[in-house]
Design a protein around this ligand. Structure first.
Ligand code: WT7
Length: 648
């Protein structure tokens, strides 16, 4: 299929859309010519306790990166998501919860959510949580996860949500890095009919001798499954919730007070805790949610992400709730009890806007064109995609088989670091090209640079940088501002470097080509190859490990590991299984290797640097044209690697 196939904005869509072509042009121009005027005006969509007088105060200078928006204003994020809606939409449904089990669901109104948040906020105070404390949240996709986040925001505690697919060691690392004193979890989670041992994982994390700060573990009773209980440390959510008072005034927070930390993987070192602050984040999450999804009064909106990722933070919880939207929260998976589940949920709740990931689309696509069964999906009017590039085939299938050929698709490019969507179509304004994230959102100034950092003009490919700040941008790495500067502002001084490559076509459309660093994207989950390597070499039988991504039909990229074993260790299938188990324990099931190749030697330069370029090619089964191997210390190892390759 030609990349250049264009899907014009459907006339009927444009007629009712919030932003049409002319409006996009005019607003975009104003946003980059006069950021202070533009953001000063649009920040009024948020309720401020004390109004700000300064809009933007930003330096991308490598010696002194400093990002501040609305710095002298005060506000409270939970009040923006709850209190201000009570008068106008107290009885409107805020959260539709759809259980893993299709017979379980719940509708929570804004008034009800407000009460739950206030009570739990008081309960947290009762456990000693104070403004500025970090609270770790390790929860399944149940309403209490959103309640816990908003309760933290209400009292000025900083939440750190850890995705339920991470291992005890990964939880421990995040707790240690953030000095968290409280963990909120549940007995178990449910996914695809199976129980997930969340509390057990927390128990194990807390046996790690490095974890010294945790005083309390608050446990939501979710499945009622058996768990161990530590009398002086563990408390039931329902006990402290029932006992709590209903009145909890929102804490006035400075715009630059942290709202949350969220850990993500980079090309080196341990995961980084990105720090997001309150004012700019709320302005940006709510504004992008409204315009990118053309969210209009009464729409039912469903983002299928997990609250453990930034997508869940910005586009299940904060953005939609700040906008008074009805947001659907799904506990389950697309394949349970059958592969038509997405269609079933859309029909059941009359979902209008569906936002999901390419990997989910491809997994459904692999089930065949009839996978949606007799579901109708006629309520849908807009689809969204996020997490990795969506290949044109998957785009077209999504458009036809899920959206009945009627719904525009917004392919939204962004990152944990960006807080909200940066490059995206606006569905009433942007003609679509399958596979392209299209154009920048208001205030966003992308540029492409060559290896020397020289900005490239016109239709070209290069490293994707952002020339100036936007309100939702992460402000720092928790506890390590120097690393923040090094990671994002030193490669191309004066700009924010995304780590992605991109191509710009003759219409100015951006096509994200993927990471240009040692980060891989597996099913939309971002993973550092260095992180997996360091887990591997911690295994007693492993001498050396090299991790690369390779093209995978459903996951986008799969994890391919080359392993050199210690002398005298036999390479066999039992050991391979044991290594898989090991990574799952060290990092979590999301890092499960797809292919492990035992390799007596790895291709290295004479200075000892592993040549990943070659390993990537072999893993991709592209063994011709490996390029120049003359700088290798021992070119012979390459032939061995090719002979034993696993992806054929
Ligand atoms: C990386 C960020 C943004 C929330 C989910 C992932 C890749 C994300 C797209 C897209 C092409 C995309 C990039 C980015 N990515 N969305 N629409 N098209 N690539 O957040 O875990 O921080 O990962 O995901 O490579 O850098 P994240």
């Amino acid at each position: 299929m030609s990349e250049q196939q264009v899907y014009p904005v459907p006339a009927a869509f444009a007629e009712h859309a919030l932003i049409n072509k002319d409006k996009y042009q005019a607003m975009y121009e104003q946003s980059v010519k006069d950021p202070d005027g533009f953001w000063g005006e649009h920040a009024q969509r948020i309720d401020w306790i004390k109004p700000f007088s300064t809009v933007k105060n930003v330096s991308f200078d490598t010696h002194n990166v400093d990002i501040k928006w609305f710095e002298d204003g005060t506000l409270n994020a939970s009040a923006n998501c709850l209190d201000r809606h009570l008068e106008t939409r107290g009885d409107q449904v805020a959260i539709i919860w759809e259980g893993d089990n299709p017979e379980q669901d719940e509708k929570i109104t804004y008034r009800d959510l407000y009460t739950r948040v206030c009570k739990f906020a008081n309960a947290l105070k009762g456990q000693g949580v104070r403004k500025g404390d970090v609270v770790t949240i390790y929860m399944p996709m149940i309403p209490e996860a959103a309640v816990a986040m908003l309760a933290c925001a209400r009292i000025g505690a900083v939440h750190s949500v850890v995705f339920g697919g991470f291992s005890p060691d990964a939880i421990a690392g995040r707790i240690v890095n953030s000095d968290s004193r409280i963990v909120i979890t549940s007995d178990q989670g449910r996914r695809g009919g199976k129980a997930v041992p969340l509390k057990e994982n927390v128990d194990e994390a807390l046996t790690n001798p490095d974890v010294k700060t945790v005083e309390k573990v608050v446990v939501v009773q979710c499945t009622g499954g058996d768990i161990a209980w530590h009398e002086h440390r563990d408390v039931w959510y329902h006990d402290i919730y029932e006992a709590a008072a209903e009145e909890c005034p929102p804490e006035p927070m400075s715009a630059e007070d942290p709202l949350f930390i969220l850990y993500t993987s980079g090309s080196t070192g341990a995961p980084k805790g990105l720090k997001h602050t309150t004012g700019g984040y709320m302005v940006y999450a709510s504004m992008t949610h409204q315009y990118v999804f053309d969210y209009q009064e009464g729409d039912v909106y469903w983002c299928t992400a997990d609250v453990g990722w930034i997508t869940g933070h910005s586009y299940i919880v904060y953005g939609p709730l700040a906008n008074g939207a009805t947001t659907l929260m799904f506990e389950g998976v697309p394949s349970y009890p059958s592969h038509s589940r997405f269609g079933d949920v859309v029909d059941k709740h009359n979902v209008n806007i569906l936002y999901t990931a390419p990997t989910a689309v491809r997994a459904l696509m692999a089930q065949g064109d009839d996978v949606m069964g007799d579901t109708k999906r006629t309520s849908l009017r807009l689809l969204g995609s996020v997490g990795e590039p969506i290949n044109p085939e998957a785009w077209t299938w999504y458009h036809e088989k899920i959206g009945n050929g009627e719904c525009p698709i917004v392919d939204t490019w962004w990152q944990t670091e960006t807080g909200g969507i940066l490059i995206t179509p606006l569905p009433g304004a942007t003609d679509l090209k399958p596979g392209s994230a299209t154009l920048p959102f208001f205030g966003v100034q992308p540029a492409l640079v060559d290896a020397q950092g020289v900005e490239l003009e016109g239709a070209v490919e290069g490293g994707l940088v952002l020339l100036d700040s936007w309100p939702g941008q992460a402000r720092s790495i928790w506890g390590d501002h120097e690393r923040f500067i090094q990671t994002y502002f030193s490669t191309y001084p004066g700009t924010y470097f995304t780590g992605d490559g991109a191509r710009r076509d003759e219409d100015g459309y951006y096509w994200i080509t993927g990471r240009v660093d040692d980060v891989i994207n597996v099913s939309g989950h971002r993973m550092g190859t260095a992180e997996i390597e360091s887990a591997m070499v911690a295994h007693k039988d492993v001498a050396e490990a090299a991790v690369v991504g390779y093209p995978h039909d459903i996951k986008g990229q799969g994890i391919y590991i080359y392993i050199t074993l210690n002398d005298g260790i036999e390479a066999d299938d039992d050991l391979r299984k044991d290594l898989v188990k090991w990574v799952r324990k060290e990092i979590g099931p999301i890092a499960t290797p797809d292919l492990i190749q035992f390799a007596p030697g790895l291709p290295k330069t004479r200075s000892g640097k592993i040549m990943r370029r070659i390993l990537r090619k072999i893993a991709a089964n592209e063994c011709d044209g490996l390029g120049d191997t003359s700088t290798l210390a021992d070119p012979g190892v390459v032939d061995n690697l090719i002979d034993d390759r696993l992806n054929r």
